[in-house]
Every structure is written in C-alpha cells, then in structure tokens.
Design a protein around this ligand. Structure first.
Ligand code: IPE
Ligand code: IPE
Ligand code: MG
Length: 244
C-alpha cells in the first residue's frame, strides 16, 4: 500500500519553528548496497539537499542538522578523511550556489579543530548568507552537547571573573545565551533516522521539551514525505511543558 501523502494533511498555521535532525544510517545504507561508507555519506548529502528545500518551501524558520559529532573523530582515519573531503566539496558547492539561494547558513560546534581552509570556507559562507531571508540552516560540525556546555561554562566563569556578569544573574536563559545556539529558539521537533533511539550527544540542553520522532528509514532514503509525516505527527501531539 502506498504511504499517505502527508503534505496535504499539514496545518500551515502551526508548523514547528525549529526542526533538528540526527541524520543517521549512511553507513548501513551503503553496506546494503555493497558500497563504501563514503558512498553512503555522499548519498546522505543528496538527502539533505532535498530536506533543506522541502523545509524552506514549507516555511520552516530553523533547521539544525547533525553532520559530524565530537565523537565521530574516533572513526577509522580513512572514513574521517573522506568525510572531511565531502564537507569541503559541500562547502565549495554552497559557496558557488549561495547567490541564487535564499538559505542562511551558520555552523554550531567547535570549528577550530578543522583545517584553516575549511574554517575559512565556513566563515565565508556564514558572511555571504548572513542577510538571506529564507530558512536558517544550522549545521552541527564537530558538535557535541557536552563540549558545547563545557565551553559555555568556561566562558561564563571567565565573564564572571571579569565582572561582566554577576553570579546572581546566572539562570537558564543566560546559560542558553552562552551556547552555540544563542538566539535560536529551542527545537520543537527532533527527528532521528536509522531506527536508533538515542540522542548521541546532540542538543541536550535545547531539547528539554522537544517532541521526538524516530524514523526507521536510513538517512539517504529519508525524503520530503517522511519530513511531512514527522511534522504531521508533531502537530497531533499534546505539548504540556509540565502543566496540564
Ligand atoms: C551518519 O551515518 C553520518 C555521520 C555520523 C557522519 P553513519 O555513518 O553513522 O551511518 P551508520 O549509523 O553507521 O549506518
Ligand atoms: C550521530 O550519529 C552523529 C551524527 C549523525 C553526525 P552516530 O552514528 O555517530 O551515533 P551513534 O554512534 O550511533 O550513537
Ligand atoms: Mg550512525
């Protein structure tokens, strides 16, 4: 039986403002096709393109995608190298296309671990797209929530030592402002593909009240209709925030 077309079922007046995605399953997708893991990662970038376009045309304000975690450095050197190569190809493509696109791009995570050329491209892309009015795309690169919170704590203590802030002023909202996601509303909806039901160090602080959607699909197979299905399910949840 064909899957329902979820787009027509969406309520356009109550879309999530921020969708976060753990794009998982590239390796298993490639293995099923008896291909290399890097083939899977390449297919993953194609799926990402489709989802960016779909989220933008729907009118979603923020999309955050987990592309490389602080723990992903522990993979075999060959895979890390191929991921870095793919990242650079992706950045080059985006730099070329940014004139004709309405997407605003920024990166969360500690980019100081990347080589100088990659860092320059990331900064250039952020500057080039700064005034765009479409979807805000946040790409998580060398991102880990515990690393992000650790960096925030160091900065808070340093600012307190310099009397830029008072200890009494430290509250949840101030802490949010010290995270890489400063200024971005918390995700309303978090999607993870590939059937794994875990968070893997992604946006731990920010997803306190996010709705979670786990898809069995491997990331390269995740398409527009899967995104609409996740939003449809989100729209049928009852968010209570601890109240009744
Ligand atoms: C997600 O796919 C992409 C990255 C983590 C970079 P995986 O590479 O984790 O694919 P699986 O989970 O091994 O199938
Ligand atoms: C999470 O996927 C990281 C990204 C999608 C970039 P992983 O494949 O690294 O997570 P685990 O190892 O299954 O927890
Ligand atoms: Mg994985």
């Amino acid at each position: 039986m064909d899957k329902l077309n979820y787009k027509d079922k969406l309520k356009m007046t109550s879309l999530p403002k921020h969708i976060a995605i753990i794009m998982d399953g590239n390796g298993r997708w490639a293995k099923k096709k008896q291909q290399s893991r890097s083939f899977g990662h390449k297919a993953g970038t194609k799926a990402l393109e489709k989802i960016i376009k779909a989220a933008d045309s729907l009118g979603i304000a923020h999309l955050t995608v987990y592309a490389f975690s602080t723990e992903n450095w522990n993979r075999p050197k060959e895979e890390v190298n191929s991921l870095m190569k793919l990242l650079n190809q992706y950045l080059n493509q985006y730099l070329k296309d940014s004139k004709n696109s309405n997407i605003k791009i920024d990166v969360i995570g500690d980019i100081s671990k990347f080589d100088k050329d990659t860092q320059d491209k990331i900064k250039q892309l952020q500057e080039l797209t700064y005034n765009k009015s479409g979807l805000n795309l946040h790409i998580a690169l060398n991102y880990g929530s515990r690393d992000e919170i650790t960096r925030a704590i160091k900065k808070i203590i340093s600012d307190a030592t310099k009397s830029k802030i008072n200890i009494e002023d430290i509250n949840a909202s101030l802490i949010s402002n010290y995270l890489d996601t400063n200024g971005i509303p918390d995700p309303d909806l978090l999607i993870r593909t590939s059937g794994e039901k875990r968070i893997s160090n992604f946006l731990l602080w920010q997803i306190a009240y996010s709705e979670l959607f786990f898809s069995e699909k491997l990331w390269p197979d995740f398409d527009e209709n899967d995104l609409y299905e996740a939003i449809f399910e989100y729209q049928n949840r009852d968010r209570r925030y601890g109240s009744i």
